[in-house]
Design a protein around this ligand. Sequence first.
Ligand SMILES: [Zn+2]
Length: 93
Amino acid sequence: MPTDQPNSDAQAPMDRLTCQQVTEAIIDYLTGDMQPETSRLFTDHLQGCPDCLAFFNTYNSTVRVARSLSYDDVPDEMCTRVRQFLLKTIAGK
Ligand SMILES: [Zn+2]
């Protein structure tokens, strides 16, 4: 019977992304490698999915900070503070 397979998703044009596809595509989105059509689906998904939006924001800010910093840019004071914080944390255990 032709109606044996009512689920015809495989042949339908892609009109939405799964959460997994979104998380895997974030790097493409940020680097500009994403197709415009995929980009639209991507942002559509983020608007309707708080989980992916939160992940995207975290990822995005992490990438931005990582790009803007190099080891040479870290001030000595920060190194000292981090070291003191770590020592205090270790000592407190
Ligand atoms: Zn999602």
